[in-house]
Design a binder for this molecule. Structure first.
Ligand code: 6R9
Length: 571
């Protein structure tokens, strides 16, 4: 699946020379970009919004918002005032204080952003939830974190099992006709709230965000991020997103996913850029229209979205003027080379893959504008970060050996703890100060990292190790295939065999001949041992809300095993 590397695009990039900066950089340098470095007064929401409202960016557009009903814009000054008002509302009605856990359980609207920023200004820890969560998922998260306050909408409030949550004191509702006997009416309170606020200054190590993520077993775990993470949010927004003063930036992720907070809120606003936020459902037409209407220059999305856009066809994309795009990026799943190739064709842009996790708090391994892209690779570690492939004992492995992707402890946005679960937190680390990701990968001779799958997903077939991603990427090169998920299925002779679950593109029929053709396609294009022995057609594949194919669920279904936590699965 090796493709020609995509050459460096000449231009003026924030990270102009990867090698030079990699060898000389230290994180202390990045701290000088913040006002607290001088004043000693620290708060991530202040740095993201208020600081700019006090400069030449005062009247610059901070937020363009649109959904099917609303289309609005807010300057930095307005964002400052509205987040101050929101802070006053939650302080005065729900007595929100430093360290309190406040959850947001609502769709993307400007109010969601005022509230998140307002809560951070009070020193509260914000726990974002996907609006699709049902009662059990909401309960697990609120219970574990002992949340005092939740902000939601009239449509979602019934999914909060109040009687089972003794710590939950207040429900704030953003919407019409609020029953003020039971709930706090956010919109009415906003009308009279003051625009002035005394920000609560915090320590670097005070809590900022609490993101729950699901593992394959047990309940979701609360990953706590602290204010100091802003150092890396800012620095990666500069280097990796390559945001500059005149950029119009759009991250398509929902704040229920860490990408939607770190790179939907903090990254862009810490750099003082114009941030686009789109509410409502995905549709290829409205997405392309968004880029055209706002003249989006930097666009951060995910492989699943790019694959859906690819599936919507080239005729559609050609109806829009997307020439404003300067820099396109992806995160969340391996970026298939086929998608990179398609992006280069239709956007005339290289799609830059970025790798990180909820636990890592910000991007760690990335492709930079100033760097050659090897399609299918996640890129190289950001300056200030040391990555390696390690074995079960934490020993570093040489190039091309598949193992566990590990990061040397000590980057600013690393999770501070797992809420109420020190044991789980400790389990991430190995001797030698390595944070071990659980992702299987290898490094090539140029220091590029190549993702193979989750460690648990790697397939052992007839003595060969096969990463599911490689097979999936080959599969989606086949014209009939829209998406593919690959698992290892126990087999008495081969150890495991490769089984592929495949969703077809429109117009293709699920026949045995097609299965045979697909098998041959992988055999000839990749390797005989990598060709799936079993292929099953599916209308769609199980995915998380952030678009990740859930291989463990495919495997559990196949083998009749328990599926584990499904709260983040798409319906
Ligand atoms: C930011 C985010 C983390 C897991 C991670 C890995 C997968 C993310 C990827 C990628 C291949 C990439 N992942 N980016 N795999 N290439 N560029 O996604 O956080 O939701 O916690 O997921 O996602 O398996 O371990 P999170």
């Amino acid at each position: 699946m090796k493709l020609e590397a995509l050459p460096v695009v000449k231009g003026d990039h924030n990270l102009s020379s990867y090698e030079d900066v990699y060898t000389s950089f230290n994180w202390e340098e990045a701290e000088k970009n913040f006002t607290w470095y001088e004043t000693g007064k620290l708060n991530a929401a202040y740095e993201a919004i208020d600081r700019h409202a006090e400069t030449f960016r005062k009247n610059k557009i901070a937020l363009y918002y649109r959904d099917s009903k609303r289309q609005e814009k807010y300057t930095y000054k307005e964002m400052k005032e509205l987040s101050n008002k929101a802070a006053n509302v939650i302080k005065n009605t729900a007595n929100v204080e430093k360290g309190d856990r406040l959850f947001v359980f609502m769709p993307r609207t400007p109010e969601l952003y005022f509230i998140v920023l307002g809560a951070v200004k009070l020193g509260a820890i914000v726990g974002p939830l996907f609006e699709a969560f049902m009662e059990g998922a909401v309960k697990d998260r609120l219970e574990d974190s002992e949340a005092r306050v939740i902000v939601t909408t009239p449509e979602l409030v019934n999914r909060i099992p109040v009687d089972e949550l003794p710590h939950l004191e207040h429900i704030i509702i953003v919407g019409e006709d609020v029953d003020t006997e039971k709930h706090i009416d956010f919109l009415s309170e906003m009308e009279t709230a003051s625009k002035e606020l005394d920000i609560v200054w915090v320590e670097k190590t005070d809590g900022l965000l609490l993101h729950y993520t699901s593992g394959s077993t047990g309940k979701p775990k609360g990953v706590l991020h602290i204010h100091q993470a802003m150092i890396q949010h800012y620095q990666t927004a500069k280097w990796v997103l390559d945001i500059k003063e005149d950029d119009v930036y759009w991250c398509t992720a929902d704040p229920g996913w860490v990408t939607g907070t770190v790179y939907g809120i903090f990254g862009p606003w810490l750099t003082g850029s114009t941030n686009v936020i789109v509410g409502g459902r995905f549709s290829p037409e409205s997405w392309y229209q968004t880029i055209e209407d706002y003249g989006v220059t930097v666009w951060y999305s995910a492989p699943t979205a790019f694959r859906m856009l690819m599936g919507a066809g080239d005729d559609l994309v050609n109806q829009y003027d997307l020439s404003s795009l300067r820099h396109v990026l992806s995160v969340g799943e391996p970026l298939n080379p086929e998608v990179v190739r398609w992006g280069a064709k239709v956007f005339n842009k290289r799609i830059h893959d970025t790798w990180w996790m909820t636990e890592t708090g910000a991007q760690l391994i990335c492709n930079y504008p100033s760097m050659e892209i090897k399609p299918g690779s996640m890129g190289k570690p950001i300056p200030g970060v040391q990555a390696a492939i390690v074995d079960e004992k934490g020993q570093e492995l040489p190039p091309y050996r598949m193992g566990n992707l590990a990061i040397k402890k000590g980057w600013p946005s690393m999770m501070h703890t797992i809420w109420n679960n020190q044991e789980k937190y400790d389990s991430y680390f190995m001797p030698g100060e390595w944070y071990v990701s659980g992702d299987s990968a290898y490094m090539d001779e140029d220091g590029y990292f190549w993702f193979q799958g989750r460690v648990d997903d790697v397939i052992m077939t007839s003595g060969e190790r096969v990463g599911p991603f490689e097979v999936e990427s080959k599969l989606i090169e086949h014209p009939a295939i829209a998406e593919a998920g690959v698992i290892g299925k126990p087999d008495p002779v081969r150890g495991e065999i490769i089984k592929a679950f495949v969703a077809l593109r429109e117009g293709y029929e699920a026949t045995d001949e097609l299965k045979e053709e697909i098998r041959l396609f992988v055999k000839e294009g990749l390797a005989a041992h990598a060709a799936p022995r079993e292929i099953e057609f599916r209308d769609k594949l199980p995915k998380t809300r952030s678009g990740k194919i859930m291989r463990r669920v495919l495997k559990a279904w196949e083998l009749d095993l328990p599926t584990g936590d499904l709260s983040t699965m798409e319906d």
